[in-house]
Design a protein around this ligand. Sequence first.
Ligand SMILES: *[C@@H]1O[C@H](CO)[C@@H](O)[C@H](O)[C@H]1NC(C)=O
Ligand SMILES: *[C@@H]1O[C@H](CO)[C@@H](O)[C@H](O)[C@H]1NC(C)=O
Ligand SMILES: [Zn+2]
Length: 515
Amino acid sequence: MLMGDSSGWPALFALVWAVEISFVRSNIFMDEARSRLLVKEKRIRFGSEVLMNGQEKKANRNLMAIKKREIMEAMETHKFPPSMHFFKAKHLIEDSRVFHVIKKMPKGAALHLHEFGMASMEWLVKNVTYRPHCYFCITPEGILQFRFAQSAPQNLKARECSNWVLLEDHRKKLKDTVEFDKSLLRAFTMVTKNPEKIYPNEDALRTKFQNIFLSISGLVRHAPVFKDYIFQGLKEFHADNVFFLEIRTMLWPVYELNGEIHDQLWVVRAYQEVADKFKRTHPEFMGFRLIFSDYRTKSLALIAHSVRTAIKLREVFPDIIAGFDLVGREDTGYSLYYYKEALMIPVTHGVQLPYFFHAGETDWYGTSIDRNLIDAVILNATRIGHGFALTKHPVVKAYTQNKDIPLEVCPISNQVMKLVSDMRNHPAAALMAYGHPMVISSDDPAVFGAKGLSYDFYEAFMGIGGKRADLRTLKKLVTNSIKYSSVSKTQKDLFMKVWKLKWNQFIDYLARRPR
Ligand SMILES: *[C@@H]1O[C@H](CO)[C@@H](O)[C@H](O)[C@H]1NC(C)=O
Ligand SMILES: *[C@@H]1O[C@H](CO)[C@@H](O)[C@H](O)[C@H]1NC(C)=O
Ligand SMILES: [Zn+2]
């Protein structure tokens, strides 16, 4: 119709003009609306409220330049470590400049660790299995067992074993001890070149996981080794710039060469002794606390007993025992709800026992295990281990956010245990976008072939946090680890002061660093 009209030209012109203007207008509208929304989202984001001083801003510019370059590169090469299985990504991570910055960063505290997954298994092979009086045997299922003894031990009662052989004699007979040591290392970690094939399902993973602890148990529970093992664990975390640990422990009995067995009190004292010794040579180390834990496969009566034990231990060692947790695979264990009578003992007796429950470490939405998250908050958990399923529980999510109950996010553990394959899809990514309280930890780094906290921080910063997570995200994660630790207010203040000095040094280094 326009074209057919003789007076069409001016009309067309007017129309085009109008369209142009409205285009400009809508463009302005679009841009404004867009930046309003982005600002709103940015304000909510994890770490957005962290203020940076001039030096931190400089450091941040350098850090983000490196980070953006690595992400751009990955988008071209399609090799992005956080999207790959950790066993395959590890050497790429070690080449990353971001990783090297993270290693140098003072990381505060590691709040989710298990006692026998802390110190590297290489050390166990190279140091502990070379000690005298070390015997080994192999069960019919092919699981290695170890025992330090004056003479060949009697067969284990529960788990029939081959003849006990003195490791020293065995190594003398071998042509290739290097290969033998490698085979030990393979038995002590989950690391493999082909994780998808070796661990086709969660059962295969959990079986291997259990076998590792069955194997190393006889090594690490030998009294002198036990103390050295803890010491070695502290050394490795300290070398990774971590200054405080909270360790889940079952307080297993520890044995001497002559067969004498030590009880839980002895074990806690041994922990204390090792911490004191370590602090003498590392004065800025803040020590550790223990979270007494038991298996979620045990009967209600046994867990009730353990809860009472935890209460007693806390009375005897108020500075060391932080509280109680239930550990072991959630998917096949009992739910928190199942143990409600045991877990209500403290509150019905008017005593305090802080809980640090593993909860929601599952992909099985809607199952009784998935509901552990609900029971964890009802039972007033101080922190939640993993909380992987939290994004599927909006009310619990809002509750934990309002009550400032943090999640202990352990990215590599979640990936190795098959909860998530690509870190960019880790539910903590959404939780970061919502500014949910969290800390980063490493669960059992030695079992996964990691060390300290840096690998998990790398995954959190590069994979979970996305392209725009910057120094503020890191600073918030680190300060959270101090804020949410179980120590007293006075100790936290001291801890924060010590950390701040180290942080400023790190910032100076990063601000000076050429991009
Ligand atoms: C093993 O470690 C202990 C203490 O950590 C050390 O004293 C000892 O020399 C080491 N032994 C070997 C064989 O490396
Ligand atoms: C949890 O805390 C609330 C409020 O402080 C209290 O009423 C309740 O008894 C506590 N429950 C447990 C199991 O500690
Ligand atoms: Zn754990």
